[in-house]
Every structure is written in C-alpha cells, then in structure tokens.
Design a protein. Structure first.
Length: 640
C-alpha cells in the first residue's frame, strides 16, 4: 500500500511568511510522489493550528506527516502528541526547522525559499523510511535511597519523605549531621550551626517513612532507574540501638583513649564513644580497631557498667537489601592534606592549625569548650591566616575558602577583640552579595589583608611563628591554613560501585554542567552537594532540593515509568562480540551475553546517544529513529 504523506508548512505569522515564498513551496511539494496533502497554515502551533493538523491527519488518512516550522526544541513534542491523538504513531512525523535555519538567517527571499525547499525535501525523504515505535512502560519502585547524612542529604530526605514513599538514609559515620555539625557558627548569617540543623536531625530520625541507617555503607547496586536493588553493609555497632538510652555510663570505665576524629584529633575519645555531645542518634559505637575486648584481651568494663545490657560483643556486620527507584549521592568532601606541603609547617609546629581545627577550638562542644587557645593553653595575641593552601596543586579554586576564613576571622575577633589578624591571599573569591559585606566588615575590624603569590612559608623562632611571603614577613602566635576542598576518600569507591564517572579532580561528574548540574550519567542517580564539587551550605541544600524535585516529578507512586523510545538495538546475526560498544557506552547500558557472545542493550538505561552505533565495526548496532538509511536519505534531500 502506497504511503500517504502530508506536508504542512507554518508561516509563523511574518517570521516565515514574509521571508519565504510558502505558497511556491507548497505547490512544488504537491508534485512529489506519495504526497497526499500539502498545505500552509498561519500559526500551526496555536490551538486552531493543532485542530487543523489533527483533522487533516484523520480526513486525509495520512500515514506520515512532515511539519516545516520552527525549531523542534520548541514544539516537536506538541506536534507528536497531536499526531498520536489523531491515531498516527508520533514517530511517523518529521519536523524540519525553516524559521531559524532559513527565514531568520538568509536575507535574500529566493535563497531562503530554496533552502527551505531543500530541507522539506530532506524531511520527506527521511519520513518515508521512519518506522513506528511503540512506547514502553515499566513498573517502578517509588522509594529513594539517600547516601550521606550531611545538610544536603537531610534536605533530600525531608523533601522526598511524602505519602506513599519510603526514604532510606545511609550514613557511614555513627551519627548524622555531616561536617556542619562540627561548626559553631556558619557564614554568612553567623548563626548557631547546631541550632540550625537540630530540628532537621530530629525530624529525619522521627519521621515514619524515613529509615536511617547509620554506621552503614553501600556495597552493591544493580538495576536501573525505577528499579534499583541496593546492598547495604550495616557495620556492627556492638551497642543495641533499641536497648541503649544514651546515658553515657559506659564511657568513663573504658581504659582506652585515642585521638578524636570529630575534634580533628585535638582531643581524645574512648574506644566506646559517641562523636560529640548531642550527636544523633544518641547511641554509642565501639571502635573495634581499638577495643581491648574485640582484640582478644580481657576487658568487660563497658558491659559491666551498662545498666540496660545494651553492650553486645557478639554483634556482626549485616547486609541489608533495599529496593529503590532513584539514588541521591550526598557523600560530601574533605580538605586537602596540608602535611603534604611542608613549607607551611603543619604537623611540625604546634600552633599551625587548619581552618577546621580552629572551628573546633571555637566550638562550645569542642576540645577547649570554645576557648581559642595555643597548645600551651595561652590565648593567642596574633594570628595569620594563609589562604589557597593546595589550590595550585589541585588546579582549581574551591570557591568557599576565602569566605570561611573571613567568617573565622570574625569569630576570633569577637572572642579576642584585641588580637592582631593578618590574612595572606593570592586571590579573593567572594562570589555572593553577603560575602563582600563580610570582607568590608573584616577590613573595618582592622584585619589586615596581604596579597602574595602563594609562596608563603612558616618557620619558628622560639614560641613565635614566622610567616614569610614575597610581600611581607610577620611574627605571630598562631597560623591558620585554609586548605582546598577535595573529594572524600569514598567518592571513587561509590563511583566504581555505580559505574559513574568522576571529573578530572576526582569529584562525581555531572551529566551536563549547565543543564543537568546534579544528574549523573546513570539515569536515576543524582550527585548533590560537595561530592560533586566545592559548595557552601546554601548551594548544597538548594541542589539537594532540586534533585528531590526531579525525582518527585518522575517516580510517582502507582504510576509507571515511560522509557526512552529512541534507543539502540543490536542485530544478533551481525554482532561479532568485540565489546567495543560496551566500553564506550556512557550510560553503562550495554552488557555482554556470555552464552551468545554478543552485546545486549538494557533499554531502561539506554538514552539513544548513538555512540555505540558510530563505533560498531559490523553495523550490528542500530539506533531506532536515527538509522543510517534515514540519515543518508535526509542528506540526499538537502544536496539534490
């Protein structure tokens, strides 16, 4: 049966109608074989235009349609839906752009008309070879996994925890709150950080449809968007979360003391501990690497002191499986190791500290009860801040170091009004309106800013520290380093588990820097907060909320998920099993059938990018709706 093709040219008001001879094109098209109808319309995308198009498809019994109008980015989906409502498979419609590509860029009307005629001919050639594609839908799992219990992870959990949905929060440390829990006050508002996040911590722990798995890590992930199966390793805590009431009676008897990571090793903790006073959940954990009992020695002091029999030395790691439809990674970041740059004296001189260590000295729940002091217990009379530590080595500006250093300088001045502060910087990065205000306030408080070329060195003369740069040499009591923000140590591990790429710096790579800044190459997996790049609290929270919104709009309880229709398919008879496509696929959508020794495509993962098609040496890979025959036919129409 011969095809019945309809060609409809939109005048787009004067945009196309005044620049192209639409009537001449319509008359020419009528003479082409299999053209059942060729007409123009003043505004095809309008309500009247869409009704006209639908009636034409029905009345003319069209089997294929060509629409010549504006960019498909604007109205292709609308035209496809109109075709579908008229009973025509939407993939038997081809749209060509004669507005942006002809009318708007070609001054001469005859030239614009000829170019439009070529594009329409190309579209007719192509649509003749297009095939019906049926949309596929799959059942989905509306539940979501959030990895990381910092501010970004908390925001994601609370945004997602709605009726009909379960959220699983996995946090590797014994408590939630992330790095923000270590701060006393946060910029730019300089409000109390524990007070700010405490309500969210409580809400996450108390909300019925959020299950919090602390002291846990992701071990394995299989499946695809809408249907992931996640294996979670819940490490042995050796303390019953149901029996313990957090009375702390077990701490004092423990004979072991080790450096406290939460306090940046400025204080000691016991082998049985909670990271800090007020940590949630308020249940201790036993450090099996340092516990005498768990290392074969005789010691039961903590168990004997517990009035609730909550200590269980026979506790074991458990593997838990959860089924989810999407995953949000909010695993955070860490700071550059200043010890790797010996010129700063970190680790060599007592009073050279990092910015995070100064945060802990300033915190009321820190090792000194909030007193900013030197190693000998005295208050410093002078401090030098050195910015950009590790920037040159890492090759990027972290963007937040200047701001957090300014905030710390304000806090120090607040507690020690008479102290002398000088800040050595190579560049000041103050991108937000609030940051500039902080800088001017610092200048007004007589904080000196000295520009240098990142050649600072620190030495000691008696109890004093000497900071020397190309610009100035000063003698101070304390040096505070502002290290670069770098990926957390577990970032690469989780990237490998999920088979998603990291960028050149080791952060989780976004799918598109501008248009999809929190999506990864694996559909349904989102990277938010500083695991994707250095960010302050506000940006991390905003990104988490955006990712949660994207999930809420697609994983709707009770509804099915529509898959991408224009995917790749593999011809089994032609596939040679070379595996080239498997290694090149950016979405990990292709795997090897071991028995048949061929490549197979997972249509739930494929995005139809065509990378495998262009690389396949045998031509076994075929992109639906973008076959070589269709593309060559289109090219032939343009070059006739």
């Amino acid at each position: 049966m011969a095809e019945r093709i309809g060609v409809y040219v939109c005048k787009c008001g004067p945009n196309i109608g005044d620049k192209i001879d639409v009537n001449a094109i319509v008359n020419d098209v009528k003479s082409i074989e299999n053209i059942a109808a060729a007409k123009s319309h003043n505004l095809l995308c309008s309500g009247d235009g869409l009704k006209f198009l639908k009636s034409e498809i029905e009345n003319e019994k069209l089997s294929r349609v060509v629409i010549a109008a504006c960019t498909p980015k604007m109205y292709e989906l609308k035209f496809m839906r109109t075709c579908e409502s008229a009973g025509l498979n939407p993939y038997l419609m081809q749209m060509t752009n004669i507005r942006e590509q002809c009318a708007w860029i070609t001054q001469d009307k005859s030239d614009a008309t000829e170019k439009a005629r070529s594009l329409i001919t190309a579209a007719i050639n192509r649509v003749s070879l297009q095939e019906s594609i049926e949309k596929k839908e799959i059942d989905i799992q509306p539940n979501v996994l959030v990895v990381g219990g910092g501010v970004a992870g908390l925001e994601a959990c609370l945004s997602l925890a709605q009726k009909g949905r379960k959220v699983y929060l996995v946090e590797k440390s014994p408590c939630i709150g992330g790095i923000t829990a270590r701060f006393e006050e946060v910029y730019p508002t300089m409000e109390c950080a524990p007070c700010m996040i405490a309500p969210e911590l409580q809400e996450v722990l108390q909300k019925e449809n959020i299950e919090t798995l602390t002291y846990s890590e992701i071990e394995k992930v299989v499946g695809s968007f809408g249907n992931f199966t996640v294996s979670i390793k819940k490490k042995a805590r050796y303390v019953s979360e149901s029996a313990c009431i957090g009375c702390s009676a077990c701490f004092e008897p423990c004979p072991v003391e080790v450096p406290n990571e939460f306090d940046e090793r400025l204080s000691k903790r016991k082998a049985i501990y909670i990271p800090f006073a007020g940590a949630l959940p308020n249940v201790p954990v036993i450090d099996k690497d340092n516990c005498k009992k768990l290392n074969g020695e005789e010691c039961n002091l903590c168990r004997e002191s517990c009035p609730f029999e909550a200590i269980n030395f026979d506790d074991e790691d458990k593997i838990i499986e959860k089924n989810v439809g999407a995953i949000i990674l909010a695993t955070g970041s860490t700071l550059f190791d200043a010890k790797s740059l010996p010129q700063y004296g970190y680790g060599k001189f007592d009073n050279v500290v990092t910015a995070l260590q100064l945060e802990r000295l300033n915190a009321s729940n820190g090792p000194t009860g909030g007193n900013i002091q030197l190693k000998n217990g005295k208050k410093p009379e002078s401090i030098a801040f050195i910015y950009c530590v590790g920037r040159k080595e890492k090759g990027y500006c972290s963007g937040i170091c200047c701001s957090y250093s300014l905030a710390l300088a304000h806090l120090v001045k607040k507690k020690l009004p008479g102290i002398k502060i000088c800040s050595f910087y190579s560049d000041l990065c103050l991108p937000k309106k609030e940051h500039q205000k902080m800088f001017y306030e610092a200048v007004n408080k007589d904080i000196e800013f000295i520009r240098s070329d990142e050649t600072a060195s620190v030495s000691a003369e008696g109890e004093k520290l000497i900071v020397e740069t190309d610009a100035k040499k000063v003698s101070v009591d304390m040096v505070v380093l502002a290290p670069a923000v770098i990926p957390d140590t577990d970032t690469m591990k989780i990237a490998e588990i999920l088979d998603i790429p990291c960028d050149e710096h080791g952060f989780l790579a976004e799918e598109h820097t501008l248009m999809k800044p929190f999506a990864t190459s694996l559909e349904g997996v989102f990277a938010v907060g500083s695991c994707q790049g250095p960010k302050d609290i506000g940006d991390a929270v905003a990104q988490a909320g955006a990712a949660a919104g994207r999930i809420l709009s697609r994983l709707i309880p009770g509804e099915k998920l529509e898959l991408e229709a224009k995917v790749t398919e593999i011809n089994e008879d032609l596939c040679g099993g070379c595996n080239i496509c498997i290694s090149l696929c950016p979405y990990s959508a292709i795997s090897r059938d071991v028995e048949k020794k061929i490549a197979v495509v997972d249509e739930t993962l494929c995005r139809g990018c065509g990378t495998c098609v262009s690389a396949c040496p045998t031509g076994a890979a075929k992109a639906r709706h973008f076959t070589k025959e269709q593309i060559f036919a289109e090219i032939k129409g343009v070059t006739r």
